[in-house]
Design a protein around this ligand. Structure first.
Ligand code: ADP
Ligand code: MG
Length: 370
């Protein structure tokens, strides 16, 4: 049974819908990440779960109990805010003890020491927030959220104000700590790498809706929509004509992950394309990334992103031919809502000529995996 269950949640501000029919489950001990661009409704979703906002419709259940109408302090939900929200005038110890005010002094002190040890800050109990580094403040905020032993901890972009290196180690530390404590958690972030690295299960959100839920590897390997494919790691979205297990595209015949027929949109990862010299694509951008490079190609209006291992013999201006090596994933975008049926005039952002000539043919076609 899921520990946290969110069903058909809706919320509008001044009649503008912000959360539209969001449902998901988080299992006991699981780390769930909600990832999406800024403004898509992540914080609002967390605030609805924590009880800082009331939904217009839908339910939140925690351990089977409907908590939709409960005040925040009765929900058993811990919250780590984006800016930590530590009390500047209180010591680390007093900050962590804040949620334990109802406990007698002795057990309260013991619990504070226990969680401070868990986050590796037992020696710093008497410091004030301004005497701590960003990473240490983040761990105090986590300790404060964990101290009352909540059933679930909600983390709202908790690593945003840390610099790149510290961000990654703090994220790994927090993940390890949550797993060690057996705490169920829900992280929201706009950072796809953070979501992929943190989550056991992730949900990709856009415009107040969850577009896809799955394990990081499932969602990365089999994105359902162009948005998910492009948001979660780079992807080329290509139009193509599918004939079962392969499709003809601007980069030639591509093998498909699954089967599709007719006019389709496909996601092809940059690492699934190799380059050979000669051809009619121009290498127009080359970004060095250490152990690999990101190459940008164009042919007329068409664009393609390719990942190449370093060292890479190609330089800007070279004429190249992209050769698909991995499989492309048929996307559901452009479908008319019926599974495996495509609208004949679906938008194709990187449409190539064969697909354009197919558009408007009116022939019923099928897309999507089977
Ligand atoms: P995210 O956390 O994904 O960046 P938010 O949940 O904070 O997004 O916001 C989603 C949308 O709802 C935004 O357009 C934001 O401006 C709007 N919004 C959030 N809170 C309020 C509020 N209290 N009143 C009016 N609009 C709000
Ligand atoms: Mg937010």
């Amino acid at each position: 049974m899921s520990l946290l269950s969110v069903r058909s949640l809706r919320k509008a501000f001044a009649e503008t819908p912000v959360i539209a029919d969001v449902s998901f489950d988080v299992g006991e001990g699981q780390a769930f990440a909600l990832v999406g661009p800024s403004g898509c409704g992540k914080t609002t979703t967390l605030r609805l779960i924590a009880g800082f906002e009331r939904p217009d419709a839908g339910h939140v259940r925690l351990r089977g109990q409907d908590i939709t109408a409960l005040p925040p302090e009765q929900r058993g939900v811990g919250f780590v805010f984006q800016d930590y929200a530590l009390f500047p005038h209180l010591t680390v110890e007093a900050n962590v003890a804040f949620g334990l005010r109802r406990l007698p002094r002795r057990p309260r002190q013991e619990r504070v020491l226990e969680v401070l040890s868990l986050v590796g800050l037992a020696g710093l109990w008497s410091r004030h927030p301004h005497e701590l580094s960003g990473g240490q403040m983040q761990r105090v905020a986590l300790a404060r959220a964990l101290a009352p032993q909540p059933h679930v901890v909600l983390l709202d972009e908790p690593f945003n104000s840390l610099d790149a290196g510290l961000r990654e180690t703090t994220r790994q530390d927090v993940r390890t700590l949550l797993h060690r404590a057996g705490t169920t958690s829900m992280l929201v972030t706009h950072d796809q790498e953070e979501a992929l690295g943190f989550a056991d299960v992730l949900g990709v959100m856009q415009g107040g809706r969850l577009e896809q839920i799955g394990t990081p590897s499932e969602v990365y390997a089999r994105p359902r929509t162009a948005f998910v494919a492009q948001f979660l790691g780079r992807a080329n979205v290509l139009a193509g004509r599918a004939e079962g297990t392969s499709a003809i595209t601007a980069v030639g015949t591509v093998q498909l992950d699954g089967q599709a027929w007719g006019e389709v949109q496909l996601a092809l990862r940059p690492e699934s394309v190799e380059l050979v010299r000669g051809g009619d694509w121009t290498l127009s951008g080359r970004e060095y990334r250490g152990h690999h490079l990101i190459l940008r190609l164009h042919r007329d209006e068409q664009r393609l992103t390719v990942r190449a291992e370093a060292p890479c013999p190609f330089v800007e201006g070279d004429l190249v031919r992209p050769v698909p090596r991995g499989r492309a994933v048929p996307l559901e975008d452009g479908c008319d809502g019926t599974p495996n049926r495509c609208s004949p005039t679906m938008p194709s952002p990187q449409a190539h000529d064969p697909a354009r000539s197919m558009a408007g043919s009116g022939a019923p076609t099928r897309c999507g995996r089977r």
